[in-house]
Design a protein around this ligand. Structure first.
Ligand code: SF4
Length: 349
């Protein structure tokens, strides 16, 4: 039986899956249209969510023992509703995630995590004891710390590993096909750290932001002559959370604090100020010269987030480009023209 457990939203504590003997496997969506998923989901729904359902219906995913769906935004709630009927067979675990960070939210989330662990443990897998959970917490923190260290060299390095390589490495890291592969995370990070430097150019240093960033967008930005040095998205930098404090006491409370207290995603309604501080730190540390926002079609949270970013960029005098995307890979021509014009404008500044 497969030990792979699917997950989607970065508010899913993968530590619990690891501690129970599963290998967490992130559903990262697919390229192309999603005609089958569009039959079962409203047409005006997040294309990332649609593409994950399409991948399941078309059996493009590896065999999964089940999937954890965090009901973190409207689109994910729709997915949780239709998955039991049209998605893959196997366990379906629903995780409620609060939209703010305070003591009540942390306590509520910790209770939900405890419930998730016991629902998963009932499958005949190993029972979860706290010692094993703490071991999984340390294992994941070691990996995130290594990633953070690697990405920090882009702050100072003249020729840091480019965004395309980093995004590719992060995608591999999130989608191991078995535990042996998951344990090779150091190999992925070390390979990236040894990437040859691209000495040639002084390219404009960019922050890319959005809910989920398509890898092909980063590749296009760099092919056009830009350098992506900070990817603020839930399939990149936000995954790495923040250095953990206070690893003692109740592991579920610890995990709740760790995830809700990490870099906020656009869904966190009361965290706009924290999000602005996060951007400000990125801009200063990584010497950002321009910002590109990928606005996922039909994502309300991304629209609000973009407005906050626009006002932040205006205050800082930072050029900002917004690109709308539907995750299908279909709008390449339009993106390319606009990216080229944006980079040209940055070069003459
Ligand atoms: S954008 Fe936020 S809510 Fe949506 S999947 Fe990513 S982390 Fe979860």
């Amino acid at each position: 039986m497969s030990k792979l457990m699917g997950w989607l939203c970065h508010y899913t504590p993968v530590e619990i899956l690891t501690a129970l003997g599963y290998t967490p496997y992130r559903l990262l969506g697919r390229k192309g249209n999603n005609p089958r998923a569009a039959t079962y989901l409203p047409g005006n729904l997040c294309p990332y969510v649609q593409s994950c359902l399409e991948a399941a219906i078309k059996q493009e995913l590896p065999p999964l023992a089940g999937v954890v769906i965090a009901r973190s935004c409207n689109a994910m709630i729709h997915l949780a509703n239709v998955w039991p009927r049209y998605g893959l067979k196997g366990k379906i675990l629903i995780l409620e995630v609060p939209r703010r960070l305070d003591d009540n939210a942390v306590f509520y989330f910790s209770q939900n995590l405890r419930r998730l662990a016991s629902e998963l443990a009932h499958s005949g897998e190993r029972q979860l004891n706290e010692e094993r959970l703490w071991a999984a917490i340390s294992w994941w923190e070691e990996q995130r710390a290594a990633w953070r260290k690697l990405l920090t060299c882009r702050a100072a390095g003249e020729d840091p590993p480019g965004g395309e390589e980093i995004m590719d490495g992060l995608a591999r890291w999130q989608t191991p096909l078995n535990q042996r592969e998951a344990e090779k995370w150091e190999t992925v990070i070390n390979r990236l750290a040894r990437q040859p430097c691209r000495k040639s150019a002084r390219r404009p240093r960019l922050l890319l932001s959005g809910s989920i960033l398509p890898q092909e967008l980063i590749a296009m930005v760099e092919a056009c002559g830009g350098l992506s040095v900070f990817e603020d998205s839930c399939n990149a930098r936000r995954l790495l959370l923040a250095p953990a404090v206070g690893a003692e006491g109740d592991p579920y409370l610890y995990l709740a604090r760790l995830y809700l207290g990490g870099p906020p995603c656009p869904r966190m309604v009361n965290d706009r100020e924290k999000r602005c501080r996060y951007w400000a730190e990125a801009v200063d540390r990584f010497h950002i010269q321009g910002v590109i926002y990928h606005a996922m079609k039909f994502c309300d949270a991304a629209m609000y987030d973009f407005l906050a970013l626009k006002s932040f960029c205006e205050k800082r005098g930072l050029p900002l480009l917004r690109l709308d995307g539907d995750f299908s890979g279909g709008n390449r021509g339009q993106w390319q023209t606009r990216i080229e014009a944006f980079l040209e404008m940055l070069e003459v500044r």
